[in-house]
Design a binder for this molecule. Sequence first.
Ligand code: RM4
Ligand code: MN
Ligand code: MN
Length: 401
Amino acid sequence: METEIMKKKSEQLALEALDQLKIELPSWGFANTGTRFGKFTQPSAATSIQEKLADAAFVHQLTGSCPTVAVHVAWDFTPGGDNAQYVSDSAAELGVSIGSINPTLFEEQKYKYGSLGNPDAEIRKAAQDHIIDSIKIARKIGSRDIVLWFADGSNYPGSANIRKRKAWFEEGLRRCASSLTSSERLLIEYKPFEPAFYHTDIADWGMSCLLARKCGPGAKVLVDTGHHYNSQNIEQIVAWLLSEGMLGGFHFNDRKYADDDLTLGSIDPYQMFRIINEIFSFGWENGEMPDIGYMIDQSHNLKNKLEAAVQTVEMAQQLWAKAALVDRNQLASCQENCDVVKAEECLRQAFFTDVTPLVNEWRRNHNLPDNPLEALRESGYLERITDERAERNQPPKSSYV
Ligand code: RM4
Ligand code: MN
Ligand code: MN
């Protein structure tokens, strides 16, 4: 009897937790993207920011967890961000809003040897100005987070002055951070390699954290789950950043080898669960969940982009519900008593619980389809966008060589 009541109580908590889960979809996840060896175009891929927003809004309608869309400045705004208000209004009409603003600091020829870490002061200044312009765009349309990812680095030993570049990053980021208001945040991503293959200027969470600290309270670290070496303990990084008050947000995706940008949980759902578990653990100990941005950063070359997005959100909802089911009191006492097996079982039991009925109950409570993927396939939306966009999605003429 008592266990029945406890079970009901934890299910109730999980349902409430699902209400809190908000995941941001990336605009670029709906467009045709590829690998360096080629692009396999999909006739239904979005070809404009309006189409990206429409797709994201439809995923939100189906899943109920994605009210915001991340944008990349160079890909989604006209130069200078003149259309930002229009883009933001279009999002609102579709029932979503613009979330994080991602300055694009890696495509233009001038960034060949870096952006904020470029030896040329003029190029460093141009990169800073682009970030500051992006902050202004964010302010204009009421976005809180500006997410910085840098491709900066070098390919050969000796070819770059690592300490000088670090100093340029400090100087540049500080200048950018000084233009933030107290309600805006700079989130600094890290990545160990690619496109740079010898050294990357912001290669790991420690480097992001040091730089963010030098920028004042508005700068935090963003953990992209694909940006780690194999077998790195990401949940420990998350736990440390939480305890330091330095975790600003996530880019969720899964990977097998490198920055593969695969669907969340497609390779290792238990790792993703362990990461979310650290967040719930922190929330339980502190009486409230940390203020973190949950964003998706994936690109799909083979899967239909909307289907992949729906799969991703479903996976996030499931893992979120599982982490909410962990018996925190029991786990704490097992840890206290060094009961290794029972402590581990606390996690395993929650992870292996079939939460489908629970998530379905949550969906029904919110008038959402029980099976969003099926609902997507039956909606006719994919056929419609294929007809509308096929003409504009011709395979690219250029090749790798
Ligand atoms: C990078 C990184 C960034 C994203 C770009 C498109 O690998 O993850 O977050 O802005 O890809
Ligand atoms: Mn990312
Ligand atoms: Mn990435």
